[in-house]
Design a protein around this ligand. Structure first.
Ligand SMILES: NC(=O)c1ccc[n+]([C@@H]2O[C@H](COP(=O)([O-])OP(=O)(O)OC[C@H]3O[C@@H](n4cnc5c(N)ncnc54)[C@H](OP(=O)(O)O)[C@@H]3O)[C@@H](O)[C@H]2O)c1
Length: 162
């Protein structure tokens, strides 16, 4: 099973503020949908709570929570990341989609990193991606896009592997 992380960060590894994302980048959301559709997605309970319409369609949604009573429509809830990965062991590729707590626990075990680097700082951010050690991770693909009428900031799509 390949463990892939997908994340969008600011220049200082920011990933969120006030329980939500940093900014609205439609082409990043489109890429997220293209990459993860048909694959299981694993997320912390707070990230699930931030989804405007609940579970994402056409994907197995897995939510990690310590609440043993939590039940979520169209999602599987597990009490730990390790247990979730055990339940997913027959899947070819699993996507870890956040947030900060979950990224921190999985980064050292991940095989692939789909990283969107937003060309901006977000001083009000309160959730961060852990530092990426570029002696371990190497770039296999990079695409950069400037800001435009739909995107307030430019961004770079990076694909990194161990
Ligand atoms: N930029 C991006 O790509 C991106 C992606 C995803 C999320 N985000 C942002 O990240 C922020 C949320 O991140 P966060 O760190 O606050 O929350 P999170 O990682 O999404 O969820 C944290 C919750 O997950 C559960 N959890 C975590 N570790 C666990 C463990 N070892 N065992 C069992 N349950 C565990 C707990 O749920 P219970 O409290 O229910 O026990 C915990 O409160 C939001 O601002 C969101 O918008 C950004």
């Amino acid at each position: 099973m390949i463990i892939s992380i997908i994340v969008a960060t600011g220049k200082n590894n920011e990933i969120g503020q006030n329980g939500g994302l940093l900014c609205h980048l439609p082409d990043d959301l489109k890429r997220f949908k293209e990459i993860t559709t048909g694959k299981p997605i694993v997320m912390g309970r707070r990230t699930f709570d931030s989804l405007p319409k609940g579970a994402l369609p056409n994907r197995r949604n897995i939510v990690i929570s310590r609440n043993p009573y939590l039940k979520i429509e169209n999602a599987e809830v597990y009490s730990s990341l390790d247990y979730a990965l055990l339940k997913l062991k027959d899947e070819e590729e699993v996507f870890i989609i956040g947030g900060a707590q979950i990224y921190k626990q999985i980064l050292s075990d991940a095989d692939k990193l789909y990283l969107t680097k937003i060309h901006a700082n977000f001083p009000a951010a309160d959730a961060f991606f852990p530092p990426v050690d570029y002696r371990i991770w190497h770039e296999v693909n990079r695409e950069t896009y400037p800001a435009d009428e739909r995107h307030l900031f430019g961004f770079t799509f990076l694909e990194l592997e161990r």
